[in-house]
Design a protein around this ligand. Structure first.
Ligand code: SF4
Ligand code: SF4
Length: 179
């Protein structure tokens, strides 16, 4: 019995040493950051941006849904309306010092305006430098959804007449329905 215990202990120890020995001659896999930067998947959740639609207009319609969905209340804004009736955020602010990069704001956004990007190198020495204003957040592209245009899908008159919106059937000539 004692011999069997000794044998199994010795075997386990030999296996352990063998593993250590094998790794001694392997190439190290350490990635030296920041010299080496691994490219992250497109859907990684880091720095947040506000995107534009294919017409170049701001997508955000200041509906407050992202701000309501945010579990740490780090999004604030004030809504306003252009002369043509299109809504926008007069100011839009995210406190990245509180953001936990959960992505709920992106999930809640009906216009695909707010998007998380893989850019994670955003640390600062003072917490107030982590407060981003609209001009820091607004980019001049559509991000992950370059083709999406909320207003053209919604079928509102300010971006086209009846029947010209995406997926919209042409208007029916009422008189043609008469018996
Ligand atoms: S990622 Fe999460 S915590 Fe950060 S702003 Fe969006 S909802 Fe708030
Ligand atoms: S980013 Fe999206 S969810 Fe947030 S206010 Fe603008 S349109 Fe609404």
């Amino acid at each position: 019995m004692r011999f069997a215990t000794w044998l199994s202990g010795t075997r386990a120890m030999a296996l352990g040493f063998a593993t250590t020995f094998r790794h001694l001659f392997r190439r190290p896999v350490t990635e030296e950051y920041p010299e080496f930067k691994r490219s992250l998947p497109e859907r990684s959740r880091a720095r947040i941006v506000l995107t534009r639609d294919p017409d170049g207009d701001e997508r955000c319609v200041a509906c407050y849904l992202c701000s309501g969905a945010c579990p740490v209340s780090c999004i604030s804004m004030q809504s306003a309306e252009r002369e043509d009736g299109r809504r926008y955020a007069r100011w839009f602010r995210i406190h990245f010092g509180r953001c936990i990069y959960c992505g709920l704001c992106e999930e809640a956004c009906p216009t695909l305006a707010i998007q998380l990007t893989p850019h994670f190198e955003t640390c600062q020495r003072t917490v107030l430098s982590l407060v981003a204003e609209k001009e820091d957040l607004l980019v001049d592209h559509g991000g992950k959804h370059p083709e999406y245009n909320y207003y053209r899908h919604a079928g509102v008159a300010m971006v086209g007449g009846k029947g010209t919106h995406l997926g919209e059937a042409p208007p029916v000539e009422l008189r043609s329905n008469l018996p």
